[in-house]
Design a binder for this molecule. Sequence first.
Ligand SMILES: [Zn+2]
Length: 81
Amino acid sequence: MEKCALCGGKTKHKKVDIPTKIDDKFIVLKGVPAYVCSQCDEIYYDIKVARALEEVEDGVLTGGTKMVRIKNAYEIPLAIA
Ligand SMILES: [Zn+2]
């Protein structure tokens, strides 16, 4: 995804932190490789990354994902190339 589907701006590939909520837990997914629009900050993922994120979310529900507790939230460091 080189161009933003919303505004047509150029996207940049970089690692971002994604705050989310899974099973009533506040979770920050750290170091997610994503394409971020330079104009509107919309975030896009590769299909590979999207699948990995789904697996992480499943892992949170089943207890299989390692999480680091930080105050009232959890951080999950991702190791996706
Ligand atoms: Zn955009």
